[in-house]
Design a protein. Structure first.
Ligand SMILES: Nc1ncnc2c1ncn2[C@@H]1O[C@H](COP(=O)(O)OP(=O)(O)O)[C@@H](O)[C@H]1O
Ligand SMILES: [Mg+2]
Lengths: 247, 341
């Protein structure tokens, strides 16, 4: 469970360009939830994710995962429990590495030894599960894939090592409608089948209406609405199921 | 000719170092100028103090690695731009080198194994170096008995009989193989990942600082090694030896990429090797015949830098979307000019 208690973030505190990004935000996200966050530009949505990732330290407020204090923990430490995918398809992958090497990097979190690790079966299974045929192109450089393929690869890389939380910041915004839909369905499957908690920011109101177990709205740094909703997720996800789990 | 290849191969190691910094971890590291001279200073000082050549060269590499380590710490921990961090370390190293050498330069004492000297001198009737060392009062060291206890063996014979080439080749080939294998390991893959998407590695639980340290340390280790070998080969270390070495290394890397650009074998490590030798060949050709069109040896740094700038410029033009626009403009102008005629 992720707990944010009274998080306040002010950028450039005490300077002329001081900017309040979040004020007194309380948000509790339970295991397995799929939280969709909406709100206008500058509402503080991305800042919220940065707090969770440890990239921004809140001025006030507590941040806990499973009851443990996470304030002040370095981003590369938090990354062990948290996967993330952003808008730009080149940020979630390593363009000049092959698909296989990308998965190798994603397979184990933390600094590696100088050993030579082999791609685990789970990596291939995840890749096959995308249904894009990438498992046959393991030696192709990730930078040569299309935007939608890159983003799909980024998604499975983000969840490869089994994080408990997946953060998505407008991760379909740079894609064509078809790829966007595919990536959204993949997101849903990851949440439903792997039980990974998802927090997703989107500007796409259609997606916001369709996906997620809870809709949260931000405005000018404040959380103004948080609605649980009954989802049609279970049934849909079964219909769409392409196995993402390893066996 | 052989001397060019030998020198070129020594400078390959410099090019490999520059390649690791600029191409693998994508950090434009200017420490290189300092760590090359540092390697040279340490190697010669070690020989003078009686170390074996292998130890001297290892210490030179370690010195370079230390300089790279300090740069990466300044860059990452103090959040100083990597260019400035490199310049700071390069500047510090200049003073350190003067201390190591006890002056602006230091020659390698040439003391061969006893029989070797005899046969060589019988053969050639004395060496040119004898005059040189006689001037500096170093020649006596060769004859009196105590010296045999403090056996200083020259690593390079400078005889162009292939023995130097063999030694240099062994060092370069092992370096390329070891580095190629290293870049394939998990850590090496992470370094390459860091180079193409630095913030991305954080997402996979790796510290950017750690990877930057490993990258610059490895790069400058190669540069220090190159500087050490270079000094032993040319018989002296000089405080200004490192000047412009980043640009020399970069020119070699770029030359190599022009030839081997598409070859991904050993993670592109062949590019700096080929480029390093080719660069030396071009340089010596230019020095030899360039005077006919008015070039001086002292113009070479200018030419090298211009070469780097022009290749980068051409690449920029070729890759930017402006190229298309530029082409379209030219075409339009051309059509217009024809139309108006
Ligand atoms: N690094 C930063 N430095 C200064 N101000 C920032 C920074 N990042 C975001 N802001 C400001 O904080 C506010 C919230 O930004 P952000 O969290 O990116 O909003 P959203 O993602 O909802 O569009 C905006 O006013 C933005 O200008
Ligand atoms: Mg945003």
């Amino acid at each position: 469970m992720v707990e944010l208690q009274g998080i306040t973030v002010i950028y450039n505190k005490g300077m002329s360009n001081e900017q309040k990004a979040l004020s007194e935000v309380f948000l509790f996200v339970h295991d397995g939830e799929f939280v969709t966050i909406i709100g206008p530009n500058g509402a503080g949505k991305s800042t919220l994710l940065k707090v969770i990732l440890g990239e921004v330290n809140p001025l006030r407020g507590k941040y806990l995962i499973d009851g443990r204090m996470m304030n002040g923990k370095p981003p590369h430490y938090l990354a062990r429990f948290i996967g993330r995918v952003y808008q730009d398809p080149n940020t979630g992958i390593f363009p000049s590495l092959s698909i296989k090497e990308n998965l190798l990097i994603a397979s184990r979190k933390g600094i590696r030894s100088v050993g030579f690790s082999r791609l685990k079966k789970r990596g291939l299974d995840l890749l096959k599960g995308l249904g894009l045929g990438l498992e046959k192109r393991l030696d192709v450089l990730a930078g040569e894939l299309s935007g939608g393929q890159k983003q799909s690869l980024a998604m499975i890389m983000a969840v490869f090592s089994g994080p408990s939380l997946l953060l998505l910041d407008e991760h379909t915004a740079a894609l064509d409608p078809r790829s966007a839909k595919n990536v959204m369905d993949l997101t849903k499957r990851i949440n439903a089948e792997q039980g990974i908690t998802v927090i997703m920011i989107t500007h796409n109101m259609e997606f916001a209406g369709m996906y997620g177990t809870r809709l949260v709205e931000f405005h000018e740094g404040s959380l103004i609405k948080s609605d649980n909703r009954k989802t049609h997720s279970t049934k849909d996800s079964k219909g769409l199921r392409i196995s993402l789990s390893s066996n | 000719m052989l001397a060019i290849v030998e020198q070129g191969l020594i400078l390959c190691l410099l090019a490999i170092g520059v390649y690791i910094a600029f191409r693998v971890v994508h950090l434009p590291d200017l420490t290189v100028d300092g760590s090359f001279a540092l390697g040279a200073a340490i190697a010669v000082r070690s020989i003078v103090s009686g170390a074996t050549p292998v130890l001297a060269i290892s210490l030179a590499a370690a010195g370079g690695a230390a300089a790279g380590f300090i740069t990466s710490i300044i860059h990452r921990k103090l959040k100083v731009n990597v260019l400035l961090a490199g310049i700071l370390v390069m500047t510090m190293v200049y003073s350190v080198n003067l201390r190591i050498m006890g002056g602006p330069n230091l020659p390698v004492p040439r003391v061969f194994g006893q029989q070797e000297v005899v046969s060589y001198e019988r053969m050639s009737g004395g060496t040119m170096l004898d005059d040189l060392f006689a001037d500096q009062g170093l020649i006596e060291e060769e004859t009196p008995p105590p010296i045999r206890e403090r056996t200083v063996v020259a690593f390079f014979t400078n005889r162009l009989d292939g023995s130097d080439l063999a030694k240099i080749s062994i060092v370069v080939i092992s370096a390329v193989i070891i580095l190629g294998a290293f870049l394939k390991t998990d850590l090496g893959t992470s370094l390459r990942a860091f180079g193409c998407n630095p913030s991305g590695v954080t997402a996979f639980g790796m510290s950017q600082t750690f990877l930057a340290i490993i990258g610059l340390l490895t790069a400058n280790l190669m540069v220090g090694l190159s500087g050490g070998l270079f000094a032993l080969y040319s018989g002296f270390a000089d405080v200004s030896l490192g000047q412009g070495m980043v640009v020399t290394g970069l020119a070699s890397v770029i030359l190599g990429e022009i030839i081997f650009g598409k070859v991904k074998f050993l993670y592109g490590l062949l590019a700096p090797v080929a480029g390093g030798v080719l660069y030396q060949a071009l340089l010596s050709t230019a020095m030899r015949y360039g005077y006919r069109i008015g070039f001086l040896a002292s113009d070479m740094k200018l030419l090298t830098a211009l070469f780097v700038i022009s290749v980068i410029g051409v690449r920029q033009l070729a890759s930017s979307p402006r190229k298309q626009r530029f082409k379209a403009e030219v075409k339009k102008l051309w059509l217009n000019s024809r139309g108006s005629q």
